[in-house]
Design a protein around this ligand. Structure first.
Ligand SMILES: O=P(O)(O)O[C@@H]1[C@@H](OP(=O)(O)O)[C@H](OP(=O)(O)O)[C@H](O)[C@H](OP(=O)(O)O)[C@H]1OP(=O)(O)O
Ligand SMILES: Nc1ncnc2c1ncn2[C@@H]1O[C@H](COP(=O)(O)OP(=O)(O)OP(=O)(O)O)[C@@H](O)[C@H]1O
Length: 483
């Protein structure tokens, strides 16, 4: 990338989240910071601070998250300084493609800083394929129920945060329909439960599920819209990738066979070590308390008990990192207050305690060497806060599974074993100051759920409810390929 020859016409709008806007150019993406729209005249930070913020993201990803999640899944990227005129023109160019509900924030056009990363949705140059790669992005969210003694509401140990949060989001109009996806099913390691979880993501993707083909987003929720999702169009896109051999073509399920093969492909990728080779060591911790009472899956109908997640799988690594939140926000908040008080008394300690970085090996060591018991020290409190922030990042990251379709797919009656890669995105550090907001949100979510008794307004069921028949809902194991 020649920075002095940047032309906005070479770049296209790719997507955005709450904090950043992404533009793509074949093999690379630029991830630019966003600011609240009211700050658009006066940027909230200087160019040096913006550079530092993005360098912190790179350091956090490469020195901290990479060690916890596994290097093979991570692309940390590098900070680049772009010509300001290019950034201004780019901002004008992409504006009309941005979803209205994200326009409460504007793209940073003042610092010229951005994070440059490989475009995970684009074909690798050295691997020319017959069809463009298919990429599936899943934001799995928190995959366990808290067991901390600090949890004050029993419901938090029975219904997972995502399922409770759905009620709050529908009640507040963030989404019109509820998703039946439950992260505890996805993280269960049970193929049957994972299969159901992915079906529910397809039915109501929200911001948890997207499909890209050749770099273009072909399936996602249109936020705030009533448009129903087009299953036929999805099947049309999937067919070239998921029609193995002839033996399935006459089956009664033929119409939806690509969809079931697609789901099974995803289950395999999520259970594998990242390149097709399933790990053998299983994690059995947490079994028994890994069911969410709000999940639509009937416990009694689960045919095969979970063997747990293979220890080298992407989901295992994410779950282990999420579980660094051992105290729950209710147990963590008093420790946050201890640190906050200490910083008020000794402001210069902020740097030694690495509250805002640097995110280096010493930071990682602080959180890994945290004593098991609270000795009343500020060091203990800081280590727990660091652990919690790392867990927050793991609860908010996304997994990208990329499938390259090769010729072998057509000839074989089974899915090929080595034709995909798995990456983890969005590994930004969560600010120290976000902890009080976490506590307030937790309280709002729980009280909303208790107030409504877990009931939702009429008409708030998923957009594609009904893409799977009653029989399919009861039994997805019929469709499994042998593994
Ligand atoms: O708090 P949550 O669980 O709602 O997560 C927020 C996400 O909402 P979600 O529920 O996934 O729709 C939220 O996603 P959306 O903006 O809703 O797409 C952000 O990822 C937010 O992170 P940050 O503040 O931008 O660093 C996330 O905030 P953090 O809690 O990670 O700070
Ligand atoms: N390396 C990448 N390759 C391809 N697409 C990417 C890449 N990084 C991000 N994206 C796309 O851009 C979108 C927005 O990026 P990202 O999730 O990092 O934004 P964010 O603002 O940090 O999100 P959040 O709302 O979780 O804070 C992603 O959902 C994904 O579709």
């Amino acid at each position: 990338m020649e920075l002095d020859k940047m032309d906005e016409n070479d770049w296209k709008y790719h997507g955005e989240g709450n904090k950043s806007l992404v533009v793509s150019h074949v093999q690379v993406i630029l991830r630019l910071l966003k600011y609240p729209a009211e700050d658009s005249e006066n940027p909230p930070q200087t160019a040096e601070q913006a550079f530092r913020q993005i360098q912190n993201i790179v350091d956090f990803s490469s020195n901290v998250m990479s060690s916890l999640l596994g290097e093979k899944f991570i692309h940390s990227g590098e900070v680049v300084k772009l010509p300001l005129e290019f950034v201004r023109q780019l901002s004008i160019k992409v504006q009309h493609q941005r979803p209205a509900w994200r326009c409460d924030k504007v793209m940073d056009i003042y610092s010229g800083c951005a994070l440059c990363l490989p475009n995970l949705t684009s074909p690798a140059l050295h691997q020319p394929t017959h069809t463009p790669p298919l990429c599936i992005e899943i934001k799995p969210k928190c995959g366990f129920l808290p067991s901390s003694k600090h949890v004050s509401k029993d419901i938090k140990t029975k219904v997972c945060r995502f399922c409770m949060h759905q009620h709050y989001k529908v009640a507040n109009g963030k989404w019109k329909r509820r998703s039946l996806y439950c992260p505890l099913d996805l993280f269960s390691g049970s193929r049957q439960r994972m299969h159901f979880a992915i079906r529910h993501l397809i039915e109501e993707p929200q911001n948890n599920f997207k499909i890209f083909k050749g770099g273009q987003c072909i399936y996602s929720s249109k936020e705030g819209s009533d448009d129903s999702l087009d299953l036929n169009s999805l099947l049309h896109h999937l067919r070239p990738y998921f029609m193995y051999g002839n033996n399935r073509i006459n089956s009664h399920m033929m119409g939806k066979a690509p969809l079931n093969d697609f789901i099974q492909f995803l289950v395999n990728a999520l259970l594998s070590g990242g390149g097709g080779d399933g790990g053998l060591v299983m994690d059995r911790r947490g079994e028994g308390r890994s069911f969410c009472e709000a999940s639509p899956i009937n416990k009694e109908r689960i045919r095969h008990g979970s063997q747990g997640l293979p220890s080298d799988s992407v989901l295992f690594r994410i779950l282990q990192t999420q579980m660094l939140d051992t105290l729950d926000i209710e147990g963590l908040h008093p420790l946050y207050r201890r640190v906050e008080q200490h910083l008020q008394d000794f402001p210069k300690e902020r740097y030694r305690l690495q509250i805002d970085g640097p995110y280096n090996e010493a930071f990682l060591e602080k959180l890994q060497k945290c004593p098991t018991e609270d000795d009343g020290s500020v060091e203990y409190a800081v280590a727990k806060v660091h652990q919690y922030r790392v867990a927050m990042t793991a609860k908010d990251c996304s997994v990208m599974v990329t499938k390259e379709r090769d010729f072998q797919d057509f000839l074989s009656s089974r899915p090929p074993a080595f034709s995909y890669s798995v990456s983890i995105l969005d590994l930004d550090p969560k600010p120290f100051d976000s902890i009080p907001r976490q506590l307030r949100l937790d309280q709002k979510i729980v009280s909303c759920y208790l107030r409504t008794g877990g009931a939702l307004p009429k008409g708030s069921l998923p957009a594609l409810q009904g893409i799977f028949s009653a029989a399919e809902r009861e039994d997805c194991t019929l469709l499994f390929h042998p593994v």
